[in-house]
Design a binder for this molecule. Structure first.
Ligand SMILES: [Zn+2]
Length: 253
């Protein structure tokens, strides 16, 4: 819409820009993001190199990264774009645009949203669990602790849901699972798939309409078998007690 376009131009004109090889950053002049823009740019460029090396994907155009000083300010931008006020820490909102909060306490930078953008070049999968799993695999950590350590903790405390059920969930169903369980588990599982199968096999499975048929046809195992294999691997991991105690503490918060 013409109105949206001119709004965007006005807003962009008010924002400070910094450009690197693969990004255009937008933020308020004088804010914390503007102060730290060199650091933010180097983190994102390094994240981009990591994601493209592991996933073998790249962008034909630069990624626009819009940095906001609060969840509320980001929420207002979502409202302006989509008609719904949705405060959050960060989101990929188009094929080359990311909105992210950057202030003293929340610094939503790193590989996660950029992975979503790069994966959009393949298309949009049915499974939110797999979609978040790739982004979490590239993050490697949840709250500063390895995804596999969280999965191991959930396995050992009867908190771990079935992976095949999570894969089959609709987007709405996926969001009913606690994020501190669903996200690290998704990252842990997708990391396992990327280690276990060829990248092309994984992508065919990722974009499948019928995951059970794709597991058997493309990966050569049933969903139940791959889940069992994955959990056998996780159950081999023996983490330091101090780390497990810290996970328990974070989980209770
Ligand atoms: Zn995500």
């Amino acid at each position: 819409m013409l109105g949206d376009q001119s709004d965007r131009e006005v807003q962009n004109a008010a924002m400070y820009c910094h450009e690197t090889d693969h990004y255009v950053f937008h933020c308020d002049e004088g804010g914390k993001a503007a102060q730290d823009i060199e650091h933010i740019a180097s983190v994102q460029e390094a994240s981009y190199q990591h994601i493209t090396a592991i996933l073998g994907l790249s962008m034909n155009e630069k990624i626009h990264y819009y940095l906001y000083d609060s969840r509320e300010a980001l929420g207002k931008e979502c409202e302006r774009r989509f008609g719904e006020y949705a405060p959050n820490n960060g989101c990929a909102v188009s094929e080359n645009e990311i909105l992210a909060v950057y202030n003293e306490t929340i610094q939503c930078i790193g590989a996660h949203e950029d992975t979503h953008i790069l994966m959009f070049t393949l298309g949009y999968p049915e499974s939110r669990f797999l979609e978040e799993g790739v982004a979490m695999a590239m993050d490697a950590l949840w709250w500063g602790i390895d995804n596999n350590a969280w999965t191991s903790y959930y396995r050992n405390n009867d908190l771990c849901p079935s992976v095949s059920e999570l894969i089959a969930m609709t987007r709405e169903e996926f969001y009913t699972v606690q994020d501190k369980i669903a996200y690290p588990l998704a990252g842990s599982f997708v990391s396992y798939l990327l280690m276990r199968f060829e990248r092309a096999q994984f992508y065919e499975f990722y974009m499948a309409k019928d995951y059970e048929a794709a597991a058997r046809g493309v990966l050569g195992v049933s969903l139940t078998e791959i889940e069992q294999e994955f959990f056998r691997f996780i159950d081999l991991l023996s983490y330091d007690k101090v780390l497990l105690d810290r996970i328990a503490e974070l989980f209770r918060e």
